[in-house]
Design a protein around this ligand. Structure first.
Ligand code: ATP
Ligand code: MG
Length: 447
């Protein structure tokens, strides 16, 4: 195993010995330990880094484990059959163990720019960003490998730049991560303005981590955000979608939403929702709160959350405001309203079609749930999105909307056996067409 004492860059680290921190091997995923072990056996350095180390130090269960090493991606690849090199601009190796993926990155130098500028971005915005961009407006940088101390300084927050080695079970801190963790604050490594300009998504990460960890933003880390928030407009909508999803699916969605409402960053991820909240009714606004609390609760219980449900809820006030506008103009058309609500959000973030379609289905099913008929009740009940649409209906009721008896009706219908369901269906209004047919006389059996 490569000897830690000869690790290039170690001279810049504060070393925290085994008995001065609370990380224990048994809290680390066996697969991550396997990867560390095999890299070490092949004479490479390898460390646990990032959120995994941060969360272990806080006594929380890490979401995933990232590993940093001096082996190149190709070298890592040859050590693990179950691995894949991914990434266009810089290579990362994903090592798969069943459902768990361990992400391995090679030590990199530079505060490289992770932002991709879209073609057509206004020149002024491009100028505001780091000057090291190609004239095409796309940032194309090669992998620039470096030593561990450089790797630490290209990371975002000090608490995300702590390295843990199984060699002596020591922790390496190249900035002030340990101290900031103790003081529960997020501090950007280096000059915050420069680092935000390099990659504006770091501003969203600051917000996400402060919601998730309950940490405060250190003053100089918080201060440039108001002035630089507009740089988020230059981030590719695909990357912003990924970040937005993370903002709402890490278990602190309600708090994250509150922070976004009070930050200029909110306009760039959920702008249409924030606008709609100014004019929509209380129920639509309540629905978001309830949906987000629900999301957080589900994640806490180890359940999954579906992005389409989340977006159906986040865009509900937008839909309601648009519906009202159309109604006022006597142009009401539910499909048109839904498309317009989605289109407004798509201007900011690239939500995949399969998600927007499903969100729209939830909305469309609302009407059918509110007015079940003999004719459509089974079709509605057997719709693959029935459960989600029903949950959404309950949320609407809980949010204070007056929906009459329909939510209770569906609850009873689901609880009922076949006989009870048939009775409930009989008691419903048939559709006009079916009635006419029946009146035409005996001969035809009604189904
Ligand atoms: P979590 O996985 O809990 O969301 P994390 O800190 O592990 O949090 P990742 O997105 O998994 O976040 O990134 C892993 C590490 O890579 C981070 O801890 C940080 O050190 C570094 N990193 C990620 N994104 C950036 C960025 N935009 N700029 C600088 N460093 C980053
Ligand atoms: Mg992580």
């Amino acid at each position: 195993m490569a000897d830690l004492e000869s690790l290039p860059g170690l001279e810049n680290a504060t070393i925290v010995p085994r008995d001065a921190h609370n990380i224990s091997r048994k809290d680390i995923s066996p697969n991550a330990l396997k990867v560390l072990g095999r890299l070490n056996s092949a004479d490479y350095y390898a460390f646990l880094v990032g959120g995994g180390v941060r969360d272990l130090l806080l006594g929380n269960q890490p979401k995933d484990f990232d590993i940093a090493t001096d082996a190149t991606p190709e070298e890592v690849r040859t050590l693990f059959r179950n691995s894949r090199i991914i990434g266009r601009r810089f290579k990362i190796v994903h090592i798969r163990f069943g459902r768990e993926i361990i992400e391995v990155t090679t030590f990199r130098a530079h505060h490289e720019v992770e932002n991709e500028i879209e073609r057509g971005t206004p020149r002024k915005q491009i100028r505001d960003l780091d000057s090291a961009h190609s004239s095409e407006g796309m940032i194309l940088r090669d992998n620039v490998y470096g030593d561990i101390d450089e790797d630490a300084l290209r990371r975002d927050f000090t608490i995300n730049a702590l390295y843990y080695t199984t060699d002596g079970f020591r922790l390496l801190d190249f900035s002030t991560g340990v101290e900031d963790l103790r003081n529960r604050q997020l501090r950007m490594i280096g000059d915050p303005s420069t680092r935000y300009k390099e990659d504006p998504v770091r501003m969203l990460r600051a917000l996400r981590f402060s919601a998730k960890l309950g940490f405060t933003l250190e003053k100089s880390t918080a201060e440039p955000i108001d002035k630089l928030a507009h740089l988020l407009a230059s981030i590719s909508p695909a990357r912003l979608f990924d970040e937005t999803l993370k903002l709402f699916t890490t278990g602190y969605a309600a708090e994250t939403f509150r922070l976004l409402e009070n930050s200029p960053l909110g306009d760039y991820v959920i702008g249409p929702t924030l606008d709609a909240l100014e004019t929509c009714d209380d129920a639509a606004a309540n629905l978001i709160d309830l949906a987000l609390e629900n999301t957080d609760r589900r994640l806490e219980e180890g359940k999954s959350v579906t992005p389409y449900f989340l977006f159906a809820a986040l865009l509900w006030p937008v839909l309601r405001v648009i519906e009202k506008q159309l109604m006022d103009r006597d142009e009401f058309d539910p499909g048109k309203a839904a498309n317009q609500a989605i289109a407004e959000q798509l201007e900011l973030i690239a939500i995949p079609k399969r998600i927007t379609y499903a969100s729209k289905e939830i909305w469309e099913l609302q009407e059918r749930l509110q007015r079940p008929t003999q004719r459509n009740v089974h079709g509605t009940f057997n719709n693959p999105k029935f459960r989600a649409a029903y949950d959404f209906l309950l949320l609407r009721e809980d949010s204070g909307e007056d929906l009459g008896e329909c939510a209770q009706w569906w609850t009873d219908f689901q609880d009922g056996d076949t006989k009870k369901q048939a009775e409930m269906r009989e008691a419903l209004q048939g559709s006009g067409r079916r009635k006419r047919r029946r009146r035409r006389g005996p001969g035809k059996k009604s189904s």
